[in-house]
Design a protein around this ligand. Structure first.
Ligand SMILES: NC(=O)c1ccc[n+]([C@@H]2O[C@H](COP(=O)([O-])OP(=O)(O)OC[C@H]3O[C@@H](n4cnc5c(N)ncnc54)[C@H](OP(=O)(O)O)[C@@H]3O)[C@@H](O)[C@H]2O)c1
Length: 179
């Protein structure tokens, strides 16, 4: 039995969330995964305490946050997830007196970009305003883009034609990290 404090996660069935969960488990950190009632549990890392919840049920959600030292969110989606679902999770965390909340940002530094230019960053900025006004400590992970996007969803490295794509300045700096 580990004496380390409990982490409660949302999004542990996802790609990044699964990686975070496996990293916590490998360090012996007790980790509770809040999942939707219809989430396929086979896709969850082993070693987690899995708690299926209705994310619309405040009381169940609050009870599922009990004893946590930190909520780690790695959910993915648009306004209904980044704003609505994370707000419900935040309310539950505050009601359960959880000291810290890590939202599902994992993005470039949206505090230094102009509002209205990127929908995904605007959603994160709106949730950050809510989180900063809430009586809970917050940590935002601003890791830049994940490098696998370079040859995938943001095809900048074009292996086929042996070219690197850029807009405007070829010396434009980007932040990347590995998942
Ligand atoms: N910086 C970058 O380049 C970069 C790249 C990729 C991702 N990201 C970020 O990393 C984070 C995680 O992304 P990902 O790719 O790991 O996502 P993913 O694989 O699609 O996983 C999404 C997770 O969110 C959960 N989820 C979605 N809608 C939900 C809802 N309505 N209620 C409850 N749970 C819900 C899913 O649960 P189910 O299993 O129940 O569906 C799943 O666990 C996001 O913030 C994303 O923007 C950043």
């Amino acid at each position: 039995m580990s004496n380390l404090p409990l982490i409660v996660m949302a999004g542990a069935s996802g790609d990044l969330g699964g990686r975070i969960a496996r990293a916590l488990i490998s360090r012996g950190v007790p980790t509770r995964a809040l999942v939707r009632t219809n989430t396929r549990q086979a896709q969850l890392p082993t070693g987690l305490e899995v708690v299926p919840v209705d994310f619309a049920d405040h009381d169940r959600l609050r009870a599922a946050c009990d004893d946590a030292t930190c909520i780690v969110s790695a959910v993915n989606g648009l306004g209904d997830v980044v704003l609505d679902l994370q707000s419900r999770l935040l309310d539950a965390a505050i009601a359960a007196s959880v000291p810290r909340f890590i939202p599902s940002d994992y993005s470039l530094d949206f505090t230094r970009t102009a509002p209205g230019r990127n929908r995904n960053l605007d959603l994160r900025r709106a949730f950050k305003a809510k989180l900063d006004a809430a009586p809970i400590a917050a940590t935002s992970v601003l890791n830049g883009a994940f490098a696998d996007l370079l040859a995938g969803q943001a095809p900048i490295v074009l292996h086929g034609i042996r070219r690197i794509l850029y807009w405007g300045e070829a010396d434009q700096h980007y932040d990347f990290t590995t998942k």
